[in-house]
Design a protein around this ligand. Structure first.
Ligand SMILES: O=C(O)c1ccc(O)c(O)c1
Length: 246
């Protein structure tokens, strides 16, 4: 990579007031998934702060193009064509280079390509719904896809998920891994969603809503949405310049 000085300090702990609690009964599956005992915090270990390291060599040519990466030659996925782009930064505003982003989503009708999917919306034979990319030297990423549809899910009697894209982000350490979801500006379904409502603060929810970005469209092809992702930063490493014997 670059000749920038590598930072080696431990990562900040997660802010538990900002992230949703594990136990949120209105999001029903959280009840059985959440820990039954008090949480313990451990310091980061060396392996957690030095790995994983990914190279661009793991990426296939169409990994960042969900419109084409499952489509038959000459065909493409059905739906509203969009670019999703943004920057992965840490809590101090520094770009995170070399972060692996994986994303998955339902098709334009709100259906996943998954064997346990139960929604009646049609499968799109040209849409798989998964992709990945790696951030550049300044932490920027970009991929293209179709806008996913909203879908109903068995939680309350008539709960619908807002249109969303799932993200997994591996930063510079395993402890920096973040799993999150991106929503779309202007979608009224966001504020009704029991999963979204498990997040304690409005500002934290708004950080998950990608803004329509008409400055980065591809004319006559795709609109753009901008979604920045904030990972935890490192505590700066302490260096002591001591002269022994003085
Ligand atoms: O955790 C779940 O149960 C669950 C259900 C529906 C979703 O769309 C989702 O992202 C998670």
């Amino acid at each position: 990579m670059s000749n920038k000085k590598l930072e080696t300090g431990a990562f900040f702990q997660r802010d538990r007031q900002w992230h949703p609690p594990a136990y949120t009964p209105d999001y029903k599956t959280s009840v059985v998934r959440s820990p039954q005992r008090a949480l313990l915090s451990f310091d980061n270990t060396l392996s957690e702060i030095t790995g994983p390291v990914f190279g661009h060599s793991i990426l296939g040519e169409l990994d960042n193009d969900l419109i084409h990466n499952f489509a038959k030659p000459g065909q493409s996925a059905i739906g509203q064509r969009i670019i999703v782009h943004g920057r992965v930064i840490d809590e101090r505003g520094k770009g995170v280079a070399g972060a692996l982003l994986e994303f998955w989503q339902a098709n334009a009708g709100g259906r996943y390509r998954h064997k346990r999917e139960g929604y009646i919306a049609a499968l799109d034979p040209n849409f798989g719904g998964c992709g990945r990319t790696i951030t550049d030297e300044e932490g920027y990423y970009r991929f293209r896809t179709v806008k996913p549809g909203a879908y109903p899910w068995p939680n309350g009697v008539n709960d619908w998920r807002p249109a969303h894209i799932h993200f997994s982000v591996f930063g510079h350490g395993f402890v920096q891994r973040l799993i999150t979801q991106m929503y779309f500006e202007g979608d009224p379904m966001i504020w009704n969603c029991p999963i979204v409502r498990s997040i304690p603060g409005k500002a934290a929810i708004e950080q998950l809503v990608a803004a329509l970005d008409m400055n980065n469209t591809i004319p006559m092809d795709a609109r753009a949405y901008k979604f920045d992702i904030v990972l935890r930063g490192r505590r700066s490493t302490l260096f002591e310049n001591r002269v022994e014997g003085n």
